[in-house]
Design a protein around this ligand. Sequence first.
Ligand code: SF4
Length: 230
Amino acid sequence: MTPLHVGGLTPLTATDYPGHLAAVVFCQGCPWRCAYCHNPHLISPRASAQIEWPAVMQFLARRVGLLDAVVFSGGEPTLQSGLAQALSEVKAMGFKCGLHTAGAYPQHLTPLLPLLDWVGFDIKASFADYEHITQVRGSGNSAEASLQALLASGVSYECRTTVDLQFFDSKKLIDLAQSLAASGVRHYVLQTCRNPHTLGSQYLTQVNEWLAELANTIALSFDTFVLRPA
Ligand code: SF4
């Protein structure tokens, strides 16, 4: 079994698994190429590991009783065949297991679901529009199949969309929210895109204000809805 290829470790976060104190293990490698990727250094599966998996386990052993959970983020964690073993090892230490995924590999995600306590699932756009963002043909079909597997599993989750004005207007965003609700999504988050080209500009304020105006309409479609401005 190939050990998990780790691109980074955040020792403590209160935001990556809502309601939990967690460490975040960043998994190296992603098959998609989103222009606004916040972690582009994690895209290449061939980049050198920043920390070896046994060292991550040694760190976690010192955090038993202090942390609630470990979140596997990326990159796209389900790219790696070593993820199932890593989840099992972390669970055996008594931690809850969270996963951040965009659903690129439904055939990998499905058998992992029984090991997971919570999933943060990225929804890039309507599934028909995925290729414009990921630059990978068929990515929308993969994401849709992964979302259906997640919803059918009963695992706790949030679906979240990172909003970049390049890809969304009000109609597209409301249509997306309504189609997700029709697919069975009950918990939804909208967050403002932060990329190096927009930070420090008036762009963030503009998007935050626009999303705040749409929030009441979109919230009607879900049991829980959260706005995460940048
Ligand atoms: S799916 Fe996520 S990690 Fe992969 S390129 Fe897109 S934003 Fe980056």
